[in-house]
Design a protein around this ligand. Structure first.
Ligand code: PGA
Length: 257
Protein backbone atom coordinates (compact mmCIF):
# COMPACT_ATOMS: atom_id res chain seq x y z
CA UNK A 1 0.00 0.00 0.00
CA UNK A 2 1.38 3.49 -0.75
CA UNK A 3 3.10 5.10 2.22
CA UNK A 4 1.30 8.18 3.55
CA UNK A 5 1.74 10.13 6.75
CA UNK A 6 -1.04 9.62 9.23
CA UNK A 7 -1.01 11.88 12.29
CA UNK A 8 -1.42 9.76 15.42
CA UNK A 9 -4.58 10.23 17.43
CA UNK A 10 -4.80 9.38 21.12
CA UNK A 11 -8.32 9.17 22.53
CA UNK A 12 -9.47 8.83 26.14
CA UNK A 13 -12.59 6.73 26.54
CA UNK A 14 -13.84 7.65 29.99
CA UNK A 15 -16.84 5.30 29.75
CA UNK A 16 -19.30 5.93 32.63
CA UNK A 17 -16.75 7.49 34.96
CA UNK A 18 -16.27 10.96 36.49
CA UNK A 19 -18.56 13.68 37.82
CA UNK A 20 -18.55 17.11 36.16
CA UNK A 21 -16.15 18.45 38.82
CA UNK A 22 -13.77 15.53 38.34
CA UNK A 23 -13.89 15.93 34.57
CA UNK A 24 -13.03 19.64 34.74
CA UNK A 25 -10.22 18.96 37.23
CA UNK A 26 -8.80 16.38 34.80
CA UNK A 27 -8.81 18.83 31.89
CA UNK A 28 -7.18 21.57 33.96
CA UNK A 29 -4.42 19.22 35.12
CA UNK A 30 -4.00 17.54 31.73
CA UNK A 31 -3.71 20.49 29.32
CA UNK A 32 -0.38 21.81 30.70
CA UNK A 33 1.04 18.27 30.69
CA UNK A 34 0.54 17.91 26.92
CA UNK A 35 1.23 21.51 25.93
CA UNK A 36 4.35 20.54 23.97
CA UNK A 37 3.02 17.36 22.35
CA UNK A 38 1.91 18.44 18.91
CA UNK A 39 2.82 15.12 17.24
CA UNK A 40 -0.60 13.68 18.06
CA UNK A 41 -4.23 14.74 18.04
CA UNK A 42 -5.83 14.32 21.45
CA UNK A 43 -9.49 13.51 21.96
CA UNK A 44 -11.46 13.08 25.18
CA UNK A 45 -14.64 10.97 25.11
CA UNK A 46 -16.72 11.73 28.23
CA UNK A 47 -20.25 10.55 29.05
CA UNK A 48 -23.03 12.68 27.56
CA UNK A 49 -23.76 14.38 30.90
CA UNK A 50 -20.17 15.69 31.03
CA UNK A 51 -19.95 17.01 27.48
CA UNK A 52 -20.90 20.67 28.14
CA UNK A 53 -18.39 21.18 30.97
CA UNK A 54 -15.60 19.30 29.21
CA UNK A 55 -16.09 21.21 25.95
CA UNK A 56 -15.97 24.43 27.95
CA UNK A 57 -12.87 23.40 29.93
CA UNK A 58 -11.02 22.44 26.73
CA UNK A 59 -12.02 25.55 24.77
CA UNK A 60 -9.06 27.26 23.05
CA UNK A 61 -6.85 24.21 23.53
CA UNK A 62 -5.84 21.61 20.92
CA UNK A 63 -7.84 18.93 22.75
CA UNK A 64 -11.00 17.81 20.94
CA UNK A 65 -14.11 16.25 22.45
CA UNK A 66 -16.01 13.16 21.30
CA UNK A 67 -19.35 11.63 22.11
CA UNK A 68 -19.21 7.97 23.19
CA UNK A 69 -22.25 7.15 21.06
CA UNK A 70 -25.02 8.83 19.10
CA UNK A 71 -28.31 8.06 17.40
CA UNK A 72 -28.36 8.26 13.60
CA UNK A 73 -31.51 10.40 13.44
CA UNK A 74 -31.42 14.20 13.81
CA UNK A 75 -34.26 14.20 16.35
CA UNK A 76 -37.29 12.20 17.39
CA UNK A 77 -39.01 10.16 20.08
CA UNK A 78 -35.95 8.12 21.18
CA UNK A 79 -35.80 8.45 24.96
CA UNK A 80 -32.30 8.35 26.37
CA UNK A 81 -30.55 8.95 23.05
CA UNK A 82 -28.32 11.79 21.85
CA UNK A 83 -28.52 13.13 18.29
CA UNK A 84 -25.71 14.28 16.03
CA UNK A 85 -27.26 17.76 15.99
CA UNK A 86 -27.09 17.91 19.77
CA UNK A 87 -23.44 16.81 19.78
CA UNK A 88 -22.54 19.39 17.15
CA UNK A 89 -24.37 22.18 18.95
CA UNK A 90 -22.38 21.44 22.11
CA UNK A 91 -19.06 21.81 20.29
CA UNK A 92 -18.32 18.10 20.04
CA UNK A 93 -16.17 17.22 17.01
CA UNK A 94 -15.72 13.43 17.14
CA UNK A 95 -17.87 10.43 18.02
CA UNK A 96 -17.18 6.81 18.98
CA UNK A 97 -19.36 4.38 17.07
CA UNK A 98 -19.86 0.68 17.82
CA UNK A 99 -17.69 0.35 20.92
CA UNK A 100 -17.73 -3.30 22.00
CA UNK A 101 -19.52 -2.42 25.24
CA UNK A 102 -22.34 -0.96 23.13
CA UNK A 103 -22.35 -4.05 20.95
CA UNK A 104 -22.31 -6.37 24.00
CA UNK A 105 -24.75 -4.61 26.36
CA UNK A 106 -26.88 -2.31 24.18
CA UNK A 107 -27.61 -4.37 21.08
CA UNK A 108 -25.40 -2.36 18.75
CA UNK A 109 -25.12 -4.26 15.46
CA UNK A 110 -23.16 -3.85 12.24
CA UNK A 111 -26.37 -2.36 10.79
CA UNK A 112 -26.76 0.33 13.45
CA UNK A 113 -23.04 1.05 13.30
CA UNK A 114 -23.45 1.62 9.57
CA UNK A 115 -26.42 3.97 10.07
CA UNK A 116 -24.54 5.93 12.73
CA UNK A 117 -21.41 6.16 10.58
CA UNK A 118 -23.40 7.54 7.63
CA UNK A 119 -25.07 10.07 9.90
CA UNK A 120 -21.81 11.17 11.57
CA UNK A 121 -20.13 11.70 8.20
CA UNK A 122 -23.15 13.61 6.88
CA UNK A 123 -23.04 15.89 9.92
CA UNK A 124 -19.29 16.49 9.82
CA UNK A 125 -18.56 14.61 13.05
CA UNK A 126 -15.29 12.66 12.87
CA UNK A 127 -16.25 9.02 13.41
CA UNK A 128 -14.13 6.55 15.36
CA UNK A 129 -15.62 3.17 14.46
CA UNK A 130 -14.68 0.37 16.86
CA UNK A 131 -14.23 -3.23 15.75
CA UNK A 132 -12.74 -6.25 17.49
CA UNK A 133 -13.12 -9.96 18.08
CA UNK A 134 -14.23 -11.80 21.23
CA UNK A 135 -11.84 -14.25 22.89
CA UNK A 136 -13.97 -17.19 21.72
CA UNK A 137 -13.82 -15.90 18.15
CA UNK A 138 -10.02 -15.59 18.31
CA UNK A 139 -9.70 -19.08 19.78
CA UNK A 140 -11.93 -20.45 17.03
CA UNK A 141 -9.69 -18.91 14.36
CA UNK A 142 -12.38 -16.44 13.32
CA UNK A 143 -10.53 -13.18 13.96
CA UNK A 144 -10.02 -12.21 10.32
CA UNK A 145 -13.60 -13.08 9.39
CA UNK A 146 -15.01 -11.06 12.31
CA UNK A 147 -12.86 -8.00 11.56
CA UNK A 148 -13.74 -8.17 7.87
CA UNK A 149 -17.45 -8.55 8.62
CA UNK A 150 -17.52 -5.68 11.13
CA UNK A 151 -15.47 -3.37 8.91
CA UNK A 152 -17.40 -4.20 5.74
CA UNK A 153 -20.68 -3.88 7.66
CA UNK A 154 -19.75 -0.45 9.01
CA UNK A 155 -18.66 0.77 5.58
CA UNK A 156 -21.50 -0.67 3.49
CA UNK A 157 -22.89 1.89 1.06
CA UNK A 158 -20.50 4.63 2.23
CA UNK A 159 -19.32 6.98 -0.50
CA UNK A 160 -15.50 6.97 -0.39
CA UNK A 161 -15.49 10.69 -1.22
CA UNK A 162 -17.43 11.34 2.01
CA UNK A 163 -15.27 9.12 4.23
CA UNK A 164 -12.00 11.05 4.32
CA UNK A 165 -12.25 11.69 8.07
CA UNK A 166 -12.96 8.05 8.96
CA UNK A 167 -11.01 6.60 11.88
CA UNK A 168 -11.21 2.95 12.92
CA UNK A 169 -10.22 1.53 16.30
CA UNK A 170 -9.18 -2.11 16.61
CA UNK A 171 -10.18 -3.19 20.10
CA UNK A 172 -9.94 -6.93 20.74
CA UNK A 173 -12.67 -7.50 23.31
CA UNK A 174 -10.46 -9.86 25.35
CA UNK A 175 -7.96 -7.01 25.85
CA UNK A 176 -10.43 -4.38 27.07
CA UNK A 177 -10.14 -3.70 30.78
CA UNK A 178 -8.36 -7.01 31.35
CA UNK A 179 -4.72 -5.89 31.48
CA UNK A 180 -4.07 -8.30 28.58
CA UNK A 181 -2.75 -6.10 25.78
CA UNK A 182 -2.54 -7.58 22.30
CA UNK A 183 1.05 -8.37 21.38
CA UNK A 184 2.50 -6.09 18.71
CA UNK A 185 2.29 -9.07 16.29
CA UNK A 186 -1.42 -9.64 16.98
CA UNK A 187 -2.24 -5.95 16.71
CA UNK A 188 -0.19 -5.53 13.54
CA UNK A 189 -1.89 -8.47 11.86
CA UNK A 190 -5.36 -7.22 12.82
CA UNK A 191 -4.64 -3.68 11.63
CA UNK A 192 -3.48 -5.06 8.27
CA UNK A 193 -6.69 -7.09 7.93
CA UNK A 194 -8.80 -4.00 8.68
CA UNK A 195 -6.78 -1.82 6.29
CA UNK A 196 -7.19 -4.40 3.52
CA UNK A 197 -10.96 -4.45 4.12
CA UNK A 198 -11.10 -0.63 3.95
CA UNK A 199 -9.36 -0.91 0.58
CA UNK A 200 -12.01 -3.40 -0.59
CA UNK A 201 -14.99 -1.50 0.82
CA UNK A 202 -13.84 2.04 -0.03
CA UNK A 203 -10.56 2.49 -1.95
CA UNK A 204 -6.84 1.80 -1.73
CA UNK A 205 -6.27 5.51 -1.30
CA UNK A 206 -8.58 5.72 1.72
CA UNK A 207 -7.11 2.55 3.17
CA UNK A 208 -3.71 4.23 3.08
CA UNK A 209 -4.91 7.46 4.68
CA UNK A 210 -7.37 6.11 7.29
CA UNK A 211 -6.05 6.07 10.81
CA UNK A 212 -6.46 2.80 12.67
CA UNK A 213 -6.09 3.08 16.44
CA UNK A 214 -5.34 0.23 18.81
CA UNK A 215 -7.36 -0.13 22.02
CA UNK A 216 -7.34 -2.65 24.84
CA UNK A 217 -5.29 -2.21 28.03
CA UNK A 218 -3.07 0.52 26.58
CA UNK A 219 -0.84 1.82 29.38
CA UNK A 220 2.07 4.30 29.49
CA UNK A 221 4.58 1.44 29.35
CA UNK A 222 3.17 -0.40 26.32
CA UNK A 223 2.25 2.64 24.19
CA UNK A 224 5.61 3.09 22.47
CA UNK A 225 5.98 -0.48 21.27
CA UNK A 226 2.45 -0.47 19.81
CA UNK A 227 2.60 3.01 18.30
CA UNK A 228 5.97 2.26 16.68
CA UNK A 229 4.26 -0.18 14.30
CA UNK A 230 3.63 1.15 10.80
CA UNK A 231 -0.04 0.23 10.77
CA UNK A 232 -0.91 1.56 14.24
CA UNK A 233 -1.87 5.22 14.16
CA UNK A 234 -2.65 5.90 17.79
CA UNK A 235 -4.63 4.52 20.69
CA UNK A 236 -8.09 4.41 22.25
CA UNK A 237 -7.49 4.26 25.98
CA UNK A 238 -9.95 3.34 28.72
CA UNK A 239 -8.70 2.76 32.27
CA UNK A 240 -5.34 4.48 31.85
CA UNK A 241 -7.00 7.62 30.49
CA UNK A 242 -8.88 8.43 33.69
CA UNK A 243 -5.89 10.02 35.37
CA UNK A 244 -4.20 13.07 33.83
CA UNK A 245 -0.56 12.10 34.38
CA UNK A 246 -1.03 8.56 33.09
CA UNK A 247 -2.91 9.74 29.99
CA UNK A 248 -0.34 12.46 29.31
CA UNK A 249 2.42 9.81 29.44
CA UNK A 250 0.52 7.77 26.85
CA UNK A 251 0.33 10.85 24.62
CA UNK A 252 4.08 11.46 25.09
CA UNK A 253 4.99 7.81 24.45
CA UNK A 254 2.93 7.67 21.27
CA UNK A 255 5.60 9.74 19.49
CA UNK A 256 7.29 6.46 18.63
CA UNK A 257 7.59 6.91 14.88
P1 PGA B 1 -9.10 -0.23 28.43
O1 PGA B 1 -10.38 0.17 27.54
O2 PGA B 1 -7.97 0.67 27.99
O3 PGA B 1 -9.51 0.00 29.84
O4 PGA B 1 -8.79 -1.67 28.13
C1 PGA B 1 -10.27 0.49 26.18
C2 PGA B 1 -11.63 0.79 25.59
O5 PGA B 1 -12.61 0.15 25.97
O6 PGA B 1 -11.76 1.68 24.72
Amino acid sequence: MPKVTRKPLIAANWKMFKTPDEAVAFVQAFIPLVATHSHAEIVLCPSPALLPVVVEAARNTPVRIAGQNMHWKDQGAYTGETSPLQLKALGVTHVLIGHSERRQYFNETDETVNLKLKSALAHGLVPIVCVGELLAEREAGQTAAVLERQTAGALAGIDPAAAKTLIVAYEPVWAIGTGKTATPEIADEAHKIIRAQIAKSLSAELAASTRILYGGSVKPDNTAILCALDDIDGALVGGASLEAVSFSQIVANSAAK
